[in-house]
Design a protein around this ligand. Structure first.
Ligand SMILES: Cc1cc2nc3c(=O)[nH]c(=O)nc-3n(C[C@H](O)[C@H](O)[C@H](O)COP(=O)(O)OP(=O)(O)OC[C@H]3O[C@@H](n4cnc5c(N)ncnc54)[C@H](O)[C@@H]3O)c2cc1C
Ligand SMILES: NC(=O)c1ccc[n+]([C@@H]2O[C@H](COP(=O)([O-])OP(=O)(O)OC[C@H]3O[C@@H](n4cnc5c(N)ncnc54)[C@H](O)[C@@H]3O)[C@@H](O)[C@H]2O)c1
Length: 505
C-alpha cells in the first residue's frame, strides 16, 4: 500500500456523507469553511441507498400498484403486471437523481477559495490522533489534517445471533435491491418499523406471501397497543401472515428453499418454507474501525458515542474537538435527527448555536398502508411518567375528504394535558396525508399551544385535517358530529395517575 503525504489541511473534516454528514458540510459552507467530506461507500448514506429514499420509492410504487389493482372504484386495470427488475430500475433512478443533486452542490463549491469550499474524498476514515485521520481507498492511504471533526458514520443492520446473512437468500435491508425477482415467499424477522414497512411493500405488490415474525404479541412494540393492533390488522388484511409470540429457532438452507423453524411462546413449534429471509431487528452504530482508541473515546454501554447536548464528543479529558451526529449519537435513528444534529454541530463549532434539539417532540412517519405519523407523547409514555391526560380518537370515516377519496381507514388520536390549559402533548395519525400534516401539530406542541388555538382557526374544506379540528371540538364537547351518535368513531376519555393502564381504542 502506498502512503501519500498529508493531502491537505481542512477547517472541518466530516466522516460520512449521509443526512448528518452532508447537512453538516453544507452548513459549514454558510460559514465559509474549508471542508473535507469523506465517504467510503455511497454518497448520501442510508438517507438515499438501502435506506430512506430507496425504500420510500419502492413504497410509493407499491402503493400505486395496490390502488391500480383495486376493483371497487368504477375502473378495472386489465392485465396488471409488475416486474421486480423494472421496479428496481425505477428505485435506482430516484437514488441517482438525489445523488446528482448532492454532487452538483459539491462540484459548485469545489475549489472555491475563500468562500466556503468542499472536497469529497473517497475512502474509509480512521483517526490517527485528535487532528489527523488516515483515509484508505483501495490501495492508497492518505493523511488528512483538520481543526474540527464530525463523525457521521451512521449505522448498519443488527445481525441475528447465529444466523449468517448471505446477501441473497438471508438478507438485510441493505440487500433488497440485490434481489433479482420478487421472492414467492418472504420471511421478515422483526416487526419494528423496517419489518412492517417491507411487509407493506411486498404485500402491496401481491407477488409474495409475506410472513412477519413478531417475537412479542404486538408489532411496533414502542407504540400504544391500539396503534399496534391497527397496523397489524391492516398488514393481515393486505395478506401478511404475522407470527406473534414466535422466536426463530433456525433456518436450514436447501438448494431451492429455506426451511424455517419457529418456536411459539405457547409451547408449540412450526416449520415453514420460504425463499428469502429478511433480518430487520434494529440497527447498530458504526463505531468500529474508526481508530477511537487513538483519540481516547470509548463508546457507551449501548455502543454510541458519548456527546454533549450539542453533539461534542466527551473523552476522558472532557470535551474534544470532535462531534458525533446522526445514527451514531444514540438519539432516534431518523433522517431529520441526523440532519438537525449535523447542522447544530457546525453552529456550535462557530459559537453560533441558538437552539438545542428537543427530542421529545420529533415527528416520525411510518410507511404502511395506510401511512402513520407520530409526534410527541403517546399514552404509554404518559402513563409511565404518571402524567394525567385527555385523549380523543376521531375516525376518518367522518371526514368528508376521506369519504371522497373512498379511503376512510384512518384516524387522528390526540393527547392533551388534563387541566384547564389542555396543552397538546402528542398525536398519532393514520390515513391519507398523515405524513403531510403531522408537522402542523409538532409546531403547536413546540409553541405550547392548547386546544383553544385549534378551535379558533378556519380549517379548509374538504381537507383531511378537519379531523384534527373536530377531534379537538369533541374534547370540549362542541363537535359537530357527536360521540353519542358515533360511539365507535369519536371517543373521548381521560386518564389520571392511579388509574389502571388503558388505551383509547
Ligand atoms: C431501510 C431504511 C429505511 C429508513 N427509512 C427512514 C424514513 O423513512 N425516515 C427517516 O427519518 N429515517 C429512515 N431511516 C433511517 C435513516 O436512514 C437514518 O437515520 C439516517 O440515514 C442516518 O443518517 P447518518 O448521516 O447518521 O448516517 P448514514 O445515512 O448511515 O450515513 C453514514 C455514512 O457514513 C459512511 N461511513 C461509515 N463509516 C465510514 C468511515 N469510517 N469512513 C468514511 N465513511 C464512512 C457510510 O458509508 C454512510 O454513507 C431508514 C433507514 C433504513 C435502513
Ligand atoms: N419511517 C421511518 O421513520 C423509518 C423507517 C425505517 C427505519 N427507520 C429507523 O431505522 C431504525 C431501525 O429499524 P428496525 O425496524 O430495524 O428497528 P426497530 O428497533 O424499529 O425494530 C426492531 C424490531 O425487531 C425486534 N427484535 C429485536 N431482536 C429480535 C430478535 N432476536 N428476534 C425477533 N425480533 C427481534 C424488536 O422487538 C422490534 O420489533 C429504527 O429505529 C427507525 O428509527 C425509520
Amino acid at each position: 500500500m502506498s502512503k501519500n503525504d498529508t493531502l491537505n489541511y481542512f477547517d472541518l473534516v466530516v466522516i460520512g456523507s449521509g443526512p448528518g454528514g452532508f447537512a453538516a458540510a453544507s452548513r459549514a459552507l454558510d460559514y465559509g469553511l474549508n471542508v473535507a467530506l469523506i465517504e467510503k461507500q455511497h454518497l448520501g448514506g442510508a438517507g438515499i441507498l438501502n435506506g430512506v429514499l430507496t425504500s420510500k420509492t419502492m413504497y410509493e410504487l407499491s402503493m400505486d400498484y395496490s390502488v391500480a389493482a383495486r376493483i371497487d372504484r368504477g375502473y378495472r386495470a386489465s392485465a396488471l403486471s409488475v416486474d421486480y427488475g423494472k421496479v428496481r430500475k425505477t428505485v435506482l433512478e430516484a437514488a441517482r437523481e438525489k445523488q446528482y443533486q448532492m454532487r452538483s452542490q459539491i462540484e459548485t463549491f469545489f475549489n472555491q477559495a475563500g468562500s466556503g469550499n468542499i472536497q469529497l474524498i473517497s475512502g474509509h476514515a480512521r483517526f490517527v490522533d485528535e487532528s489527523t485521520i488516515e483515509v484508505k481507498d483501495k490501495n492508497e492511504l492518505h493523511l488528512i489534517k483538520g481543526k474540527y471533526f464530525i463523525i457521521a458514520t451512521g449505522s448498519r443492520p443488527r445481525e441475528y445471533p447465529n444466523l449468517k446473512t448471505d446477501g441473497k437468500r438471508i438478507i438485510t435491508s441493505d440487500n433488497i435491491l440485490s434481489l433479482n425477482e420478487f421472492p414467492e415467499r418472504l420471511l421478515i424477522i422483526g416487526s419494528g418499523i423496517i419489518g412492517c414497512e417491507f411487509a407493506t411493500i411486498f404485500s402491496n405488490f401481491k407477488q409474495t406471501q409475506v410472513h412477519l415474525l413478531d417475537r412479542a404479541n404486538r408489532v411496533l412494540p414502542y407504540e400504544d397497543d391500539d396503534l399496534s393492533r391497527f397496523v397489524a390488522h391492516n398488514l393481515e388484511n393486505n395478506g401478511v401472515k404475522i407470527h406473534h409470540t414466535a422466536q426463530l429457532r433456525c433456518i436450514r438452507k436447501h438448494p431451492q428453499h429455506l426451511e424455517v423453524v419457529l418456536d411459539y411462546d405457547a409451547g408449540h413449534s412450526k416449520v415453514i418454507e420460504v425463499d428469502v429471509a429478511l433480518v430487520a431487528i434494529g440497527r447498530e452504530p458504526n463505531t468500529h474501525d474508526l481508530g477511537l482508541e487513538n483519540i481516547d473515546i470509548t463508546p457507551n454501554d449501548r455502543g454510541y458515542l458519548p456527546t454533549s447536548e450539542t453533539g461534542k464528543v466527551i473523552n476522558s479529558k472532557g470535551l474534544s474537538n470532535i462531534y458525533a451526529v446522526g445514527d451514531i449519537s444514540g438519539h432516534a435513528n431518523l433522517y431529520s435527527v441526523a440532519q438537525v444534529e449535523g447542522r447544530l454541530a457546525v453552529d456550535d463549532i462557530m459559537g453560533k448555536i441558538c437552539y438545542k434539539p428537543d427530542y421529545a417532540n420529533m415527528s416520525t412517519l411510518m410507511f404502511f398502508k395506510p401511512e402513520v405519523a407520530a409526534v410527541g407523547a403517546n399514552e404509554k409514555t404518559l402513563q409511565k411518567e404518571g402524567i394525567g391526560y385527555k385523549a380523543v380518537f376521531y375516525s376518518n370515516e367522518l371526514v368528508d375528504r376521506a369519504i371522497a377519496m373512498r379511503n376512510t381507514n384512518g384516524f387522528v388520536k390526540i393527547l392533551v394535558s388534563n387541566d384547564e390549559k389542555q396543552r397538546i402533548l402528542g398525536m398519532r395519525a393514520a390515513g391519507p396525508q398523515a405524513s403531510a400534516f403531522i408537522v402542523a401539530i409538532a409546531h403547536l406542541i413546540n409553541q405550547g399551544n392548547s386546544v383553544s388555538e385549534v378551535l379558533k382557526t378556519f380549517y379548509p374544506h374538504p381537507s383531511i385535517t378537519e379531523g384534527i379540528q373536530e377531534s379537538m371540538r369533541a374534547l370540549v364537547s362542541k363537535s359537530i358530529f357527536k360521540p353519542r351518535a358515533f360511539p365507535d368513531n369519536i371517543i373521548v376519555k381521560e386518564w389520571n395517575p392511579g388509574d389502571p393502564p388503558s388505551q383509547i381504542f
